[in-house]
Design a protein around this ligand. Sequence first.
Ligand SMILES: Nc1ncnc2c1ncn2[C@@H]1O[C@H](COP(=O)(O)OP(=O)(O)OP(=O)(O)O)[C@@H](O)[C@H]1O
Ligand SMILES: *[C@@H]1O[C@H](CO)[C@@H](O)[C@H](O)[C@H]1NC(C)=O
Ligand SMILES: *[C@@H]1O[C@H](CO)[C@@H](O)[C@H](O)[C@H]1NC(C)=O
Ligand SMILES: *[C@@H]1O[C@H](CO)[C@@H](O)[C@H](O)[C@H]1NC(C)=O
Ligand SMILES: *[C@@H]1O[C@H](CO)[C@@H](O)[C@H](O)[C@H]1NC(C)=O
Length: 494
Amino acid sequence: MPVMGNPLCAAAFLAFVVISILVTLLISSLQLAGQKGYPPNGTINEEFASSSQRSALNYQLSERRKEIIPLLFSPDNEKRILWESGFSPQHRPSLKTNMDFSLWNEISDSLRRAHMDEMGCDSLVDVQSVEVLGSGYTKLVVKVVLPEDRSVALKLVNDQGNDMEKCLEDFKDARGCYELVSYKLRKEMVLLQRLQHPNVIKLKGHCAEDVGGRVDKGMGKITAILEQGSPLQMIQLLQSPWEDRFRVCLGLVRLLQFLSYSPLGSVALLDFQPRQFVMVLGELKLTDLDDASMDEPPCQTDADCTLQFPLKNFTLPCSAQGLCEGLNEKRNLYNAYRYFFTYLLPHQAPPGLAHLVNHIMNSTGELKADINQTLDAFERVLLLYKSGVHLDNVPPSIIRDYTVMRGMRTSGNVEYRCWPSYSHQGCVLAVHGAREAAFICNAHAQCTSFILTGQKTWTGHLLASFRSSFSHLVPDETSEVYLKKNKSPEPSAV
Ligand SMILES: Nc1ncnc2c1ncn2[C@@H]1O[C@H](COP(=O)(O)OP(=O)(O)OP(=O)(O)O)[C@@H](O)[C@H]1O
Ligand SMILES: *[C@@H]1O[C@H](CO)[C@@H](O)[C@H](O)[C@H]1NC(C)=O
Ligand SMILES: *[C@@H]1O[C@H](CO)[C@@H](O)[C@H](O)[C@H]1NC(C)=O
Ligand SMILES: *[C@@H]1O[C@H](CO)[C@@H](O)[C@H](O)[C@H]1NC(C)=O
Ligand SMILES: *[C@@H]1O[C@H](CO)[C@@H](O)[C@H](O)[C@H]1NC(C)=O
């Protein structure tokens, strides 16, 4: 068997089988009882499918392929793309014959040229553990831990998902259905390559199981290897400090601005929901791209360009070219407003910035601003927040209420809690500087001192820890203690 010719391939293949088994075990343990049971070993195949089912499935397969080809070759700048990626123009006609083999080769080649093949099957040989991160209609995502504690997310076709289930019901062809559903994963991989952005999950590589020696090589099991994040927890995010919530919204707006002017044209996220995103070190990243669309809908009258949402409808002008121009951008922006901004943005915004935040809420909620203007407004809020301009009403003299001890921290603290604190035990807040911290300490009845730890948040704000009392001071190069003069009793050993 050619696949076993190379010991590395053999090892990778073996590792893949082990992962598949682990994943299957995990899934079956997660499976709810009473689900429709298809023979677990995939005995449904072509033999049971009627010829009309077969041709209907073939039709769908060719439709899915047709969706991917234009993503590999953008029509308006085809020459450039072909040239950049080193394709010979003669390559293209062969794709039009709809051969899986050449289509898959083009996908793999373009990933390789974009250096998105840093990891392959051989990277998955030595998997230390596997854990399910999430699943949806189409895909299953697992976390695998590799040697040296590196972890990645693997995206696979969800054999138990609705897409697969529906296809099996319609066509009764396990292999054909796997292929059909896997096109969504393949499309996503192409989009991850074409739409690289700090707020899009990074594709690190892929592993395609070689179906030893078969002509449909490349159509075996397929796994995308991705940067690992954690599923977006809206409830948790609602409880985090404003800075962190603003960061998520800003990341989303930067992403949407990029998508509006992307190399593929204006991209709409048709299935726009928090579960299509994950968090990586505090930054929002899009992970589910299979429902992205580059087409602006055709129209005859303005009425054809209506965006319908549960609480609001918008009607856009139909352009002279007969397209609802700008519809993709507006759809994304309003979804950002209704799923993210309304929950994350206004609440606890710094008082000095509240009017700007309200303006953003209003102009996005009514779609009065386009994405560029919205991004400008967000970047302005960030700049003002970083500069501390919004604290102009806090008098500099406020700091004179405090005795400063540099190179010290406190010990034997009596903590109190505040909200939304960076620490669950005590009161830790992000401040622009000592002046803002003093202002906050004055406003908290329990506060008699605070320390600036030297730790910074993503905006460069300092983390200040507020205390009701402490027992003594200890030397610490990195921190400063501020002790309230009038109110505080002498530090006493308790
Ligand atoms: N890189 C990742 N790191 C961590 N979790 C992830 C990652 N990618 C996806 N997930 C989780 O896996 C879930 C399923 O992934 P994905 O949304 O791509 O599948 P899907 O079948 O298209 O889902 P849906 O039915 O919601 O469209 C996501 O909701 C997300 O929580
Ligand atoms: C699948 O399971 C059936 C019984 O449920 C068995 O007869 C068949 O041999 C199995 N096929 C494979 C490929 O394991
Ligand atoms: C939006 O349009 C639909 C279809 O015309 C209509 O049924 C619905 O009531 C409208 N919703 C709002 C909030 O106007
Ligand atoms: C925007 O502001 C106008 C006028 O101040 C108000 O009537 C409208 O309800 C606001 N819309 C949103 C979505 O906040
Ligand atoms: C929006 O910004 C992009 C650059 O990021 C620019 O190319 C485009 O022309 C701008 N569009 C509008 C309507 O200002």
